[in-house]
Ligand binder design. Structure first.
Ligand code: AMP
Length: 249
């Protein structure tokens, strides 16, 4: 029976409009709704489905972030994760640092499978899963759109340019989720209540032996230029004329 580790990140809720800080140093998160990163939610759902099929015994979710990240860990436990670990820090964490901290937890927990989101939608880095696999020297399958576990072999269908690719790999392995892997469930009230009683261990980042100093220097963050309003055309002929006039065709 397998143990699955699912790293989840708390990000600005996808329905919120990002607000740039006045000094241009980043996105202002004060008073904003924060939620589980959508690709991480898909990762939790996939782990729960594997457990429901009797293919996994325990699901541990982990988040690296502030005390507030306990909210997304509780949500993941309401979806069906068994316990949670918070690596607590107030500092911004870059993907390589996140990968090293997840490796620290993986070395303690010894999971058979780690499922991450393909990317966190706050910075869209798409790096942590790949870096983690390299650090652990485990096989990896990124952008999974289907996943099948048979004994100690994992079959992962990946969304790649021009179609699908299916890989078979031995466990332990690292997988990152794509959008079409599954549709995450809504949490029922009884499961939300049950999740409150599940174990959530907090480890200060300082005891993990990982240098969390940032290597990237953010020079400036600014909002995109407002888009010019569109104009409705009467028919295809008018559209072609407009495109010719604009020099597009
Ligand atoms: P990224 O490489 O930042 O786009 O993130 C890819 C995936 O790595 C996310 O979907 C999470 O599964 C994991 N991850 C990144 N940062 C964190 C974090 N601070 N805490 C937990 N998991 C994270």
């Amino acid at each position: 029976m397998k143990k699955i580790l699912v790293p989840i990140k708390m990000v600005l809720d996808a329905n919120m409009r990002p607000r740039v800080k006045t000094d241009g140093s980043g996105i202002d998160l004060s008073g904003m709704k924060l939620s589980i990163n959508p690709f991480c939610e898909i990762a939790v759902e996939e782990a729960v489905r594997l457990k429901e099929k009797g293919l996994a015994e325990e699901i541990i979710v982990i988040s690296i972030g502030t005390a507030k990240a306990q909210d997304v860990l509780r949500q993941a436990m309401a979806m069906g994760a068994d316990r949670a670990r918070l690596i607590e820090t107030d500092q911004p964490i870059e993907p390589l640092t996140a990968a090293k901290l997840i490796r620290f937890v993986a070395e303690e927990e010894k999971p058979d499978l780690i499922i991450l989101g393909k990317q966190a939608v706050d910075d869209d880095c798409n790096q942590t899963g790949q870096m983690l696999a390299a650090l652990l020297d485990w096989p990896q399958a990124t952008f999974a759109s289907a996943l099948k576990m048979e004994a100690d072999t994992l079959h992962v269908t990946r969304e790649v340019d021009g179609g699908h690719q299916t890989l078979a790999m031995p466990l332990p392995a690292v997988v990152t989720t794509d959008l079409r892997l599954n549709e995450p469930r809504h949490c029922s009230l009884p499961n939300i209540m049950k999740a409150r009683k599940k174990a959530l261990d907090i480890t200060p980042v300082s005891v993990c032996g990982v240098n969390i100093e940032t290597r990237l220097n953010v020079l400036n963050v600014k909002s995109p230029e407002p888009r010019k309003p569109g104009r409705r055309v009467a028919d295809a002929n008018e559209l072609v004329t407009e495109l010719r006039t604009a020099g597009v065709i």
